[in-house]
Design a protein around this ligand. Structure first.
Ligand code: PRP
Length: 185
């Protein structure tokens, strides 16, 4: 196995095993909804990966859902890669399959301020989605958050920055398979 160089200030917070267990549990929580969409409405859930950060969680989650789900993708950007801070400007590039009349599942790595999911949830409804649900691996639970996802892997109350499993530290190390926290600078 290749040895990974982990920066000294990174603290291991969720191991690969922790993540795999929570992803499996979340797939179990949503499976009735996914099945009902198919049986009662005759349609697959449209699962939309919020790129870039959601990519690892999205792939792992969909593989654990025991019914057919249609994958789609969109891009949302609000954090600066230079400074790990959120800008006022919210850039959204969406080219998902038709949302009209669909059961839509938005999938992201983290819900932090909640602005990304709030925007996308509203966007999906504006575009005719019949029902919108949201899933994240991590929900930062703080008073100023403007959104609470339906399915949450881990609740976190601290202010440390996350890196790994899709989450980037100044544009680095998002490909680490574990989740690390970095003390606030
Ligand atoms: O709840 P919020 O405060 O809105 O933050 C969550 C969003 O921030 C990150 O994306 P980012 O904008 O950094 O883009 P990226 O996924 O391409 O890194 C992350 O992947 C979420 O999409």
């Amino acid at each position: 196995m290749m040895i990974r160089e982990v920066p000294q200030n990174f603290k291991l917070t969720y191991s690969q095993e922790d993540i795999a267990y929570r992803v499996y549990k979340m797939a179990g929580q949503m499976r009735h909804w996914v099945k009902d969409a198919q049986v009662n409405d005759g349609q697959q859930v449209l699962a939309i990966c919020i790129l870039r950060g959601g990519v690892f969680f999205f792939a792992d989650l969909l593989k654990q859902i025991p019914y057919t789900v249609e994958p789609s993708f969109c891009r949302a950007m609000s954090y600066s890669s230079e400074s790990n801070t959120q800008s006022e400007e919210f850039r959204l590039v969406v080219e998902p399959a038709e949302m009209k009349g669909r059961h839509v599942l938005l999938v992201d790595d983290i819900c932090d301020s909640g602005k990304t999911l709030k925007h996308l949830h509203a966007y999906a409804l504006e575009n005719g989605a019949k029902m919108v649900k949201t899933a994240v691996l991590i929900h930062r639970n703080h008073a100023a958050s403007v959104y609470t996802p339906d399915y949450i892997g881990f609740e976190y109350t601290g202010t440390e920055w996350f890196a790994g499993y899709g989450m980037e530290d100044k544009n680095h190390n998002s490909n680490f398979p574990e989740v690390y926290t970095i003390p606030c600078q």
